[in-house]
Design a protein around this ligand. Structure first.
Ligand SMILES: Cc1cc2nc3c(=O)[nH]c(=O)nc-3n(C[C@H](O)[C@H](O)[C@H](O)COP(=O)(O)OP(=O)(O)OC[C@H]3O[C@@H](n4cnc5c(N)ncnc54)[C@H](O)[C@@H]3O)c2cc1C
Length: 491
């Protein structure tokens, strides 16, 4: 971690400052044990260190102008916090999202710019929050304060939107069970108490704060009032516990596990055991109909989808590059059938690029006086990528076949096997060590636990695909298409 001076005038934080902030009383559980210090915990620490190195790049002259901006008080902050006021601003933000994503080739999915985009959106649509009249919070002012806090301290956020369910039918009907779902248990003059669980918090163990927002549709029924809220609290809040999934970073070297050793961002189920939330940290309360509109009406969903499309472009470009590297190394780039397979990935990549291009170039002013990218192409991208990515992985498996299993370790190049490995693992255009490095990378994308989690992430992280596809259908301008059919029938 580089040691940068923290000057006044910097809202941005160094990696060292970020890691220091994680050393608190947070209650994180993994493998049956409570973690004492996430910055030292095997399986979590490497990902946090990587994120710290990304934060450091905000100070590096090579990247600073691409990923930060100076606000009207001369404070330098992350560009993802900037409120876009022109088409050019939208493109500048897009370039910053893309830059961040290239640092991990999209394999660290939950860089902080994702949540920053959402906080910026809510903070510039505070009159929406001001409509909330239940409870004792000044919700609009709370959001303004929260945005300033996150932006000027460069806080890293996670979020959790989905209630666990005991009955799918009940959840699909817009209702939840207090046995498992997060709900309000008590209201006082100081705030509320909540209990229950939420899934899932990607980056949760290594975030500073968690946003607990509504996403699943709540029927406007008095029984749903206890489930209707939006708030944010520090991860170290008493009673907040996280239970992590198994880690995919098994302490291997960057040669042996090129992705898992760097980009394990961890996911956790969040349990709230009588957690106190002060009124100042609530942004919505007790009004299911407002909760249902929150991401849509504020346009947070559009700004987040913009960040996501930029990240997916970086990831798709990487997948294209990986496949082309294998083609080149093996000489398979002369095979017509295999060219066809890889061109499928190239076309997916160019589809994401084209959608992003249209979204940014047709950016327009919204009802809050901000500029937003055109939503339709971003919705198309976020509904297509959950289908594209698993297919990209499948093509990598078809291309890699048994070579994805012929993967000796780094140590095998320095032991009694070294001569054998160097001889038998060579390929047409690469020596053995470079070939093994390439296929170990492909293995980490297409075969390993890390790689399979990536595919699951792409399928689900933006929401249940069936629901998202159905929403896409609802939002699509169908009348124009139907009119063409009517015109033909009536001619
Ligand atoms: C690797 C990974 C990382 C993730 N990271 C995060 C994260 O950081 N933050 C976060 O909040 N979530 C995260 N998620 C969770 C993600 O948001 C959910 O997986 C996704 O929304 C699908 O929800 P589900 O898994 O509960 O499945 P589902 O069974 O599909 O249920 C989701 C909810 O959608 C609704 N629903 C489902 N089907 C219907 C239907 N037919 N009609 C009406 N309503 C329906 C219900 O309300 C249900 O509760 C992550 C998931 C994965 C796999």
């Amino acid at each position: 971690m580089r040691d940068f001076p923290t000057k006044t005038g910097n809202g941005i934080r160094t990696g060292a400052q970020y890691l220091e902030g994680l050393r608190d009383d947070r209650e994180i559980w993994t493998g049956g044990e409570r973690i004492k210090d996430v910055t030292k915990a095997v399986g979590i620490a490497n990902g946090a260190t990587t994120l710290g190195s990304f934060l450091d790049r905000q100070f590096d002259p090579k990247y600073q102008d691409k990923v930060t901006y100076v606000d009207d008080k001369s404070l330098r902050c992350g560009l993802s916090f900037m409120t876009p006021k022109s088409v050019a601003d939208v493109k500048t933000k897009g370039a910053a999202y893309y830059e961040w994503a290239t640092w991990s080739n999209g394999m660290f999915g939950r860089t902080p710019d994702y949540k920053n985009a959402s906080v910026m959106s809510f903070a510039s649509a505070t009159s929406f929050l001001a409509q909330n009249t239940k409870g004792q919070g000044d919700y609009a002012a709370n959001m303004t304060t929260f945005y300033d806090h996150v932006r000027t301290n460069d806080k890293v956020l996670t979020h959790t939107l989905v209630n666990p369910q005991v009955s799918h039918a009940q959840a699909a009907a817009g209702k939840f069970s207090k046995e498992v779902a997060l709900h309000v248990t008590k209201e006082t003059d100081a705030g509320i108490y909540v209990s229950g669980a939420r899934l899932l918090a990607t980056l949760g163990p290594s975030a500073d704060e968690i946003e607990v927002f509504p996403s699943t549709v709540l029927k406007s029924d008095p029984k749903n009032i206890p489930f209707a809220f939006a708030f944010a609290i520090p991860i170290a809040t008493p009673g907040l516990k996280m239970i992590c999934r198994d880690t995919y970073d098994h302490g291997k070297s960057t040669f042996d596990a090129p992705l898992a050793s760097r980009f394990e961002e961890m996911d956790a189920v969040v349990i709230f055991d009588n957690v106190f939330v002060p009124w100042e940290r609530l942004f919505l309360y007790g009004q299911p109909e407002l909760c249902n509109q929150a991401f849509g009406t504020t346009n947070a969903v559009v700004h987040m989808a913009h960040q996501v499309a930029c990240g997916k472009l970086a990831k798709a470009e990487f997948m294209t590059g990986l496949l082309c590297s294998i083609m080149k190394a093996t000489g398979k780039d002369k095979d017509m059938g295999l060219k066809g397979l890889v061109s499928e990935v190239m076309m997916m990549t160019e589809t994401v690029r084209a959608l992003l291009y249209r979204a940014e170039n047709e950016a327009h002013e919204d009802q809050w006086g901000n500029y937003i990218p055109l939503r339709g192409p971003l919705d198309t991208s976020r509904n297509l990528f959950p289908k594209f990515y698993p297919r990209m992985v499948e093509i990598l498996q078809l291309m890699g076949s048994s070579s994805l299993m012929a993967t000796p370790t780094e140590a095998d190049f320095a032991n009694d096997m070294a001569a054998d490995v160097s001889q038998y693992f060579q390929v047409a255009n690469l020596d053995a060590k470079d070939r093994v490095a390439l296929y170990r990378l492909a293995h980490d994308v297409a075969i390993s636990g890390f790689g399979n989690r990536q595919a699951l992430y792409e399928r689900f992280f933006f929401g249940p695909p069936a629901l998202m596809n159905a929403q896409y259908f609802d939002l699509y301008d169908k009348d124009r298409a139907i009119a063409r059919v009517d015109n033909l029938l009536q001619s």
